[in-house]
Design a protein around this ligand. Structure first.
Ligand SMILES: [Zn+2]
Length: 142
């Protein structure tokens, strides 16, 4: 196989790889909104939990900036708030229907999972913010 054909083969292969993950999958797995391959965060969630908030400056694969403007991620707090309310209300309703807990039990049952979900919540909120408002021009996507 000539070098030119080999190069074309790899270009087609990488184009297929790009399309293999959808926008929703890219948000859930915190991938770059541009190429959907590069990781937004420097460390895996399970590998290094204390550094769960370390975000790359640019995409390791395509150099797309993960910091479109100063203070961009303040808006992610609204998503985070929404996720927290969803978690708390869900647990409250399930606990009330199935267990009828006392007030202290209910507070513990609501607060502990909310704290445990902080890393996941933080990452999903930032990924959602970047994917929705990252000012990505769809025509630039290769
Ligand atoms: Zn990228």
């Amino acid at each position: 196989m000539s070098e030119k054909k080999l190069q074309l083969y790899f270009m087609e292969y990488s184009a297929k790889q790009e399309k293999s993950i959808g926008k929703f999958g890219a948000i859930i797995t915190c991938k770059c909104p541009n190429c959907r391959q590069g990781d937004m965060f420097q460390y895996s969630l399970l590998g290094n939990l204390p550094k769960f908030n370390k975000l790359h400056d640019t995409c390791p694969k395509c150099s797309y900036s993960f910091h479109p403007e100063p203070g961009f991620y303040y808006g992610a707090m609204y998503f985070s708030y929404g996720f927290n309310v969803a978690i708390m209300v869900s647990i409250f309703i399930i606990a009330q229907i199935f267990f009828q807990p006392t007030l202290i039990q209910l507070l513990i049952a609501v607060i502990v999972p909310t704290i445990l979900f902080v890393p996941v919540n933080f990452r999903l909120s930032r990924a959602l913010m970047l994917h929705l408002f990252g000012n990505l021009d769809a025509t630039d996507r290769k």
